[in-house]
Design a protein around this ligand. Sequence first.
Ligand code: FAD
Length: 393
Amino acid sequence: MEKTIHRDVVVIGGGIIGAAIAYYCSKAGLDTTVLEKKELASGTSSRCDGNILAIDKDPGFDSQMSLKSQQLVHKLSKELELSFEYRNPGSILVCENDAEMEAARKWVHKQQEAGLEFNMLDREDLRNESKYFAEDLYGGLECQTDSTVNPYMLTYSMFYSAQKHGAKLHTHTEVKHVAKNAAKQFVIETNNGVFTANKVINACGVWAPFIGKMLDVDIPIKPRKGQLIVASRQQPVGLRKVMEFGYLISKFGGERTVDSLTEKYGAALVFEPTESQNFLIGSSREFNGFDLKVNHEVTKIIAKRAVRFYPKIADMTVIRTYAGLRPWTKDHLPIVSHVDEVPGFYVAAGHEGDGISLAAITGKVIEEMITGKETSIPTEPLRYDRFKERVTS
Ligand SMILES: Cc1cc2nc3c(=O)[nH]c(=O)nc-3n(C[C@H](O)[C@H](O)[C@H](O)COP(=O)(O)OP(=O)(O)OC[C@H]3O[C@@H](n4cnc5c(N)ncnc54)[C@H](O)[C@@H]3O)c2cc1C
């Protein structure tokens, strides 16, 4: 008969969120085990950009939570053994008309009120930033604290240090069933043996609802597809991450003055120079189930959008394209929460396009919840049952 292994804390999911939880929990001395159905970082955490941003967060709780996470990532760049291509040059949003400049001014004002380092940029500032920018851009704004990482390397680096702190990692271990036994422990059945645990953390990103269902917990997360283009190493087009102001509108669901296909696929410029000076160019947003196929109609729209802001990159070479699934929630905030109906069960998922930015603070908060410490940020806005409450109120 198969032997059952008992562990105190079991994290399901080996993406960047599972990595951060494993790191902070094992560092705090908790007996921590990770179960991952494929390889580490084989889900969304290897199909994304690597921006640790506050610039695109809703001013207030959302941007302050991001700032905390940025500070933790800065610390991680010093405390983790394996480096992860960390740089913190800040990032910018560019505007293509007066209406966007006006909205940008309000955005900067609100972020400054929330205590973040935001400034407006004029045409001259853009010219100094990059000679590749289109000449008709009006200006933009910058967030000085924004940073960038290689998300794949950060995930591996946190898992590597977690293992050094005693965490156990089981890859190719798919959780098939979770229930509670008479001793109120979780019984976790996998294709690779049975585990029991006192606490279970669901860090399965877009797959979190399937784990929730096993315990009768409804987790309202949906996959929101995004595509990226990778351009080859050539001229240094820019040294900082750049987005168009319309990205905010696509993210939060407002109306933009763009053609219907750009609107349909939520395409907005996101330009990210990597450490090796390749460029990631994005991105799109659409609900299309779990489909991960690259749609070349979308690739063309993303490329067109990039050329609108950087006309000269039309001559540059594309290496490849890929798509990932953002774990979307209705209010764009993740679920980082204990589930009161199932004592010992936690959800840490639903970070949509912000999971790289928010991984560190998520891992820290889960560790603080489990060890009963005061949490680094208020956690009320991240409760899993907030959607239910809204429907009934
Ligand atoms: C195009 C694109 C660009 C992005 N750019 C950025 C960015 O610049 N900055 C940013 O902050 N965020 C960005 N994101 C968002 C970010 O990538 C995600 O929020 C983040 O990767 C989610 O991490 P996760 O660990 O929750 O999920 P995942 O990385 O998907 O990890 C979940 C893991 O759970 C495992 N799993 C699922 N079911 C089971 C099971 N039954 N048993 C065991 N294991 C299971 C999966 O195999 C997977 O490895 C982007 C996303 C996309 C698509």
